[in-house]
Write a protein that binds this ligand. Structure first.
Ligand SMILES: C[S@@+](CC[C@H](N)C(=O)[O-])C[C@H]1O[C@@H](n2cnc3c(N)ncnc32)[C@H](O)[C@@H]1O
Length: 351
């Protein structure tokens, strides 16, 4: 008899149902991303070996974002966060034969989505090196820069990368697995004060000191090497009703530190501001308040700190004119793609 294992991804939760005797199974609920595995007998198979129907990533606010880029004939564009390539493909669709697109991603897995198109160049690198890579490709000015920040659904759903506490895996969290500290390195070697700072600054966790202290005490007994061990170490500090939300913040904080996300974003925003020609667009999708604040500051004042600068004529105008208001995903999109719920879209036009 055919048995069907269904993995329901609902926000942060995974639920597995097993249905027996089902030959054809229709999913009629667009709010849930569903992984279906048809097997004849072995249900305990490793999830990694299962056939998957999950898309690599569903692009958020696809049309609003690419509209913001104002794609024009002969333009030169850069997508800082290629991921599954959804935004890049839409930019390419709107480009003429003479336009060019450079798409960055530091994750080797993203490379499997690259587009076979002579107008397209994939740059396997951290976007903090945008300026150097543009020089390398003889690009002096850009007409549009797009950044869709954070991690892709693939990174989040691929258990072994250690980004999510939904799966027990090595505490890694590196988007670029060629170098850098893993989350386990940080949890096991940073001093208590620094851990507390990270949890507070990047996770906005109010009990950050307590969390750091519990982790430092636990690691004396044995190193914390897996997502499951970290979960077990700290879960008693979170009330049952808030456990998942707080745990997500803790994982977010570690991810930001592992990938130096704030530093990379600042450097990229500065380079983009230098490279954009007058009339060029900076289009950024952010998913939490820390990154959103940097983008907002940059567009308002020209620097990520939000310092209002003065010159002999008075307040220096920002190098950007804001295009429209901050946009969020429509209700329908939020229902269909839960990851769009926290997205904020900001568009600035270089003066
Ligand atoms: C939200 S996903 C982008 C999804 C993409 N817009 C799409 O339509 O599929 C973010 C991607 O950016 C990459 N990324 C994040 N920070 C990066 C950085 N500093 N440099 C290069 N790539 C980065 C991640 O590896 C991930 O694949």
């Amino acid at each position: 008899m055919t048995r069907v294992a269904i993995f329901w991804y609902i926000g942060e939760d995974v639920r597995r149902d097993i249905v027996e005797g089902v030959e054809n199974f229709w999913i009629n609920n667009s709010m849930q991303m569903v992984k279906i595995c048809f097997e004849l007998c072995n249900f305990e198979a490793n999830m990694d070996t299962m056939d998957t129907n999950i898309p690599y990533h569903i692009p958020v606010m696809l049309h609003e974002t690419v509209d913001g880029m104002n794609v024009a004939p002969g333009g030169v564009y850069a997508d800082m966060t290629f991921g599954g390539g959804g935004h890049s493909r839409e930019i390419l669709r709107r480009m003429d034969a003479t336009a060019r697109l450079y798409s960055f991603d530091q994750d080797a897995d993203a490379e499997r989505n690259i587009v076979d198109d002579e107008r397209f160049t994939f740059v396997r690198s951290n976007f903090r090196y945008l300026r150097n890579w543009m020089r390398y490709h003889d690009v002096e000015q850009l007409d549009g820069v797009l950044a869709d920040l954070g991690v892709s659904s693939h990174q989040f759903d691929e258990g072994e990368l250690g980004f999510s506490f939904r799966f027990d895996a090595k505490l890694d969290m590196r988007m670029n697995r060629r170098d850098g500290l893993t989350a386990a390195d940080i949890v096991n070697t940073y001093d208590e004060e620094r851990l507390a700072e990270i949890f507070y600054l990047y996770g906005e966790l109010l009990n950050s000191r307590k969390l750091a202290s519990v982790i430092v005490k636990a690691r004396v007994q044995a190193p914390i090497e897996t997502t499951g061990q970290l979960y077990e170490t700290v879960k008693r500090l979170f009330g049952r009703d808030r456990e998942k939300k707080e745990m997500a913040k803790l994982f977010q904080a570690l991810r930001i530190e592992v990938n130096e996300e704030m530093e990379a974003l600042k450097e990229m925003l500065q380079s983009a501001t230098e490279l954009l020609r007058p009339g060029g667009r900076l289009v950024v999708l952010t998913y939490h308040s820390l990154e959103d604040r940097l983008v907002k500051n940059l567009m308002k004042t020209g620097n990520v700190e939000g310092k209002v600068e003065q010159d002999i004529y008075g307040t220096k105008p920002s190098p950007y004119r804001m295009v429209g208001k901050v946009a969020v995903a429509s209700r329908e999109e939020q229902e269909e793609n839960p990851r769009s719920r926290s997205a904020k879209l900001r568009i600035g036009e270089k003066r």
